[in-house]
Write a protein that binds this ligand. Sequence first.
Ligand SMILES: Cc1cc2nc3c(=O)[nH]c(=O)nc-3n(C[C@H](O)[C@H](O)[C@H](O)COP(=O)(O)O)c2cc1C
Length: 197
Amino acid sequence: MLYGNEALDELGIQDGINEVIATTERAGRINAAPLGIIRDEDSLYVRLFLGTHTYENVLTKGWFVANITHDAWLFAETALEDLPPEYFTRREDLPVLKDAEAWGLFKCETFATDIIIAKVELVKGEVLRKDFRACNRGANLVIEAAVAATRYLALRTDSYFMELMKMQRIINRCGGPREREAMDRLMDRIDSFTHKR
Ligand SMILES: Cc1cc2nc3c(=O)[nH]c(=O)nc-3n(C[C@H](O)[C@H](O)[C@H](O)COP(=O)(O)O)c2cc1C
């Protein structure tokens, strides 16, 4: 087990915005959603937008688990939907994604406004496996598409939808079956939430 902010590098949390999947828990229910941890050397914070389960859970409990993973499919899936219980395991009694490459428990000091900007601190974490793979533009774009999808659903700005259509063409060309499936599922969900297509 690794402890404290000194372990950030080892857990793969670097300067800039670290896209992770945050797991939180409330009333026995595990929630998973993408979240950006912003690191500037030793300072860390997150921006949580009002109206999400993650916002509610972090505000109430004061912690989240950051799951570090390369799996773009998981980002797309958790951006718009919940994951069923079989996707989770427990480490040190905390909710962790079974497929995470590493996880870290972050405690948050929140100062509430309409978005919470919370200063966060690594309590402890663990590397579960070291994974490497070549960069894939399709996988990177699935993560970008998941961001655009959440913004499109929140704001209904047509430019996000146009971006999504463009990203889908590149994902179909550069991604593998898992990336193509992730994008198809994202577009199907947008369709069912908005009847856009
Ligand atoms: C890559 C990525 C990064 C995101 N980062 C944040 C973030 O830093 N803060 C936030 O509030 N929402 C962020 N979101 C949006 C939330 O994940 C999204 O609103 C989600 O539906 C919240 O789910 P929940 O209600 O289960 O918490 C991000 C989405 C993606 C795809």
